[in-house]
Design a protein. Structure first.
Length: 70
């Protein structure tokens, strides 16, 4: 299920990005509910706890789901 809205408590949440034939894990760094986009860190050398130190990519909510959801 795609993300519909994020709350402040969702910053730092693990997500799965789905696009065509691939899935990629990331962490929410920031978001904008009005535009329905989240800035997600995808590559951080497996230093997920330091995600704030890495560049994030603007990603549509419709391409994301929270990692704990199926």
């Amino acid at each position: 299920m795609a993300i519909k809205k994020l709350e402040n408590s969702d910053v730092g949440a693990r997500v799965i990005y789905s696009s065509f034939d691939k899935e990629e894990e990331g962490v929410i760094k920031n978001f904008n509910n009005g535009r329905k986009v989240a800035w997600v860190v995808f590559h951080c050398n497996n230093e997920w706890e330091n995600y704030r130190d890495y560049t994030a990519q603007c990603t549509n909510y419709s391409d994301l789901r929270l990692k704990y959801e199926n």
